[in-house]
Design a binder for this molecule. Sequence first.
Ligand SMILES: Cc1cc2nc3c(=O)[nH]c(=O)nc-3n(C[C@H](O)[C@H](O)[C@H](O)COP(=O)(O)O)c2cc1C
Length: 323
Amino acid sequence: MMTALMRGRPALARRLAFARARWSAWRQAAWAGENARVDAPACLAPLRVMGLEFPNPLGIAAGFDRWGRLGRQAGALGFGCIEIGTLTPQDLTVWDRAARDGAWDKPIQARGEPDLGDTVLGVNIGMSPASGASQALRDYLECLRAVWRRADYVSVNLCSPQAAVLLRPDFRAGLDELLSALKQEQRALAVVSGRYVPLAVKLRLAPGSSELPEAMARLAALRFDAVVAAIDAGPPATPQRYAMWQTPLWQHQACEQIGRLNALLGGNLPIVAVGGIGSARHVAARRCAGATLVQLHDALVYRGPGVAHAIRREMQRTLRGAG
Ligand SMILES: Cc1cc2nc3c(=O)[nH]c(=O)nc-3n(C[C@H](O)[C@H](O)[C@H](O)COP(=O)(O)O)c2cc1C
């Protein structure tokens, strides 16, 4: 039904998927998280990345909870992390309202309830749609300062259409300056606030391509905390594309790309893999290829808000079958 709706009214289908996710998170939390305490298979065990404790490696990718209204409640759906946004300077007022409503805050845990406060909250920041290369640094800095206090980590979005100008070969020096300035601001904010907030960069890898974006190699040298590697052809996300992701060829190519990226980074930078992930097998394969964390977007639309719990059960079944 969701596939049919996606074909006809994709925006409506996404809104519906988001509403279902919020309702399910509320219901799970109210029922003391019926799935939250099931023993985690090793592949979904808690882990420490970027200096943060993740309850498990499954995350919700940016764009699903653009305004941060689901926020840390994503933990009730079985996710260890949610990346909200993309936030651009023009969104700051709306975001601030959502943040004040409490979805970003660590909830107070009642007895017997799952500890949703552990869910890691990343904030994805970007450029205003009207901004060019010369306004990019101003935009990113404004967003970084605005979300610093509430984010567990910040992800700099270089995947948006307006950020494409920053990745052009003739802007190489400009991109280096921009990334260095963001790192400098991160250090300054850490000193002033007394709290270090890790900084990741989200970059797109074209599906099936054997080339890696040039900027990847610079991220480790500049001492960023992680790279979010989105294997994604960009909009529009169609049901046909989701179906293609279910084929072994696309999955194999994506793992090869993560493997190549891992070799390039030499283990110096954690990789967060995004793109085409929607089952236990996909998660295990991306992690085997070198990803430390994974994020899902379209699987939440097509498999529904129970997808993280379903992945956990699939892994347990596989392990029982193998044992
Ligand atoms: C409708 C839609 C909106 C998105 N919005 C954003 C966004 O605001 N920021 C961002 O970094 N990525 C955004 N993405 C990309 C996703 O975060 C993710 O990288 C991409 O969908 C690939 O993952 P998937 O195959 O699990 O869907 C969006 C994707 C879709 C389909």
